[in-house]
Design a protein around this ligand. Structure first.
Ligand SMILES: [Zn+2]
Length: 354
């Protein structure tokens, strides 16, 4: 199969030409040549932090929903659970064993009560490494990332890393020294910077400055509601190489306003904004194609593609995707010149057409 495009976004450059891939869904050739069809070809978007979409809540059911994601250009999504009870977590981890996703993300439950956002207070607890070991076993080693608050979970960070789990710092009230120690102890990721963490102050740099100084990858929700557009602009200009756009989307995504669930909590969506009864922000209804267009408003196409595809894939050690090149997965998004999705291929299969 061959796809021609006027602009093909490769890792560090944009060319005009074509991409060829085989029946196994692997890219076999990248050809330069002049093409004036107005099409833009970018790597499939990778959403590393999503709680659900179109009525499905991963914290409740781990069934595969790729068809709901591909229409937004997402060719890899990482099911993410909010803080669950011990029993709920066991159930989630066992369900993940048979999921089509090879990796998943746990947001909590070892996080700060004061920065819990929409996580149920009754589900937060002290770190328990046996629980994580059990989850790994139940899920056939698919647990890839866990968000912890270092002021609660510092002592287990080295153990988690030894198990091959990526430690992400978030839902935390940690000050600078505690956060710094967490990153120096091996935490490499930050969960939705600015949201559900100690507020930045110039005499209290806290976790935000520690993450900007030390974190290899930094998640951000680019819906211009969770974080002001000017701050996203600052992050892109200064930290784009490690910025990871996430949706943090919940089951309400694509369904409109109404009442939904996020794990054990009730969420109310009004005007696309998801909140708990008390007004606390509860995830988002953002989709990755919207995230792509929002980021693109603030920077160029190459940088945007890094933030929505390359960096997210790298951040979770998925080295076979997130970029277009020989030997990589044929995860492709074809856009028209207005950046509207025309076709989406996952592993070479056409899964969406507009
Ligand atoms: Zn989340």
């Amino acid at each position: 199969m061959i796809i021609k495009a006027e602009k093909i976004v490769l890792n560090t450059t944009i060319i005009s030409g074509s991409i060829e891939f085989d029946d196994n869904g692997i890219i076999t050739a990248v050809n330069k040549g002049s093409t004036n069809n107005g099409l833009i070809l970018v790597p499939g978007f990778v959403d590393t932090h999503t709680h659900g979409i179109a009525g499905r809540d991963f914290s409740i059911s781990a069934e595969d929903v790729i068809e709901d994601y591909v229409k937004h250009g997402v060719t890899t999504y990482i099911p993410t659970a909010v803080s669950l009870s011990r029993e709920g977590l066991r159930k989630f981890c066992s369900q993940m064993a048979s999921s089509k996703s090879n990796v998943f993300n746990l947001e909590g439950p070892y996080i700060s009560a004061s920065k819990r956002g929409a996580h149920a207070l009754s589900n937060l607890r002290k770190p328990d490494i046996r629980e994580v070991v059990e989850c790994m076993k139940l899920s056939k080693n698919k647990l890839a990332v866990i968000t912890v608050a270092p002021e609660i979970a510092m002592e287990v960070i080295p153990e988690l890393i030894k198990m091959g789990i990526i430690v992400s710092i978030g839902h935390t009230d940690a000050d600078f020294p505690v956060s710094e120690l967490a990153y120096l102890s091996g935490a490499t990721r930050t969960t939705h910077i600015f949201n559900a963490m100690r507020t930045f102050h110039h005499r209290d740099p806290g976790v935000i400055i520690a993450s900007l100084l030390y974190s290899n990858f930094i998640e951000v929700i680019p819906d211009f509601f969770h974080v002001d557009q000017q701050i996203i602009k600052y992050l892109i200009q200064n930290h784009w190489r490690r910025l990871v756009a996430i949706t943090d989307s919940i089951s309400a995504t694509d369904l409109g306003d109404g009442e939904y669930s996020l794990g054990d909590e009730k969420v109310f969506v009004k005007g696309g904004k998801a909140k708990l009864k008390d007004g606390t922000i509860a995830g988002s209804t953002l989709t990755m194609d919207k995230a792509f267009r929002n980021v693109l408003e603030l920077t160029d196409l190459l940088t945007t593609s890094s933030i929505v595809s390359y960096n997210p894939a790298k951040s979770i050690n998925l080295n076979d995707r997130g970029e277009l090149g020989i030997g990589k997965r044929a995860d492709l998004v074809v856009l028209d010149s207005h950046y509207t999705l025309k076709e989406v291929y996952a592993e070479g299969k056409l899964l969406f057409q507009h």
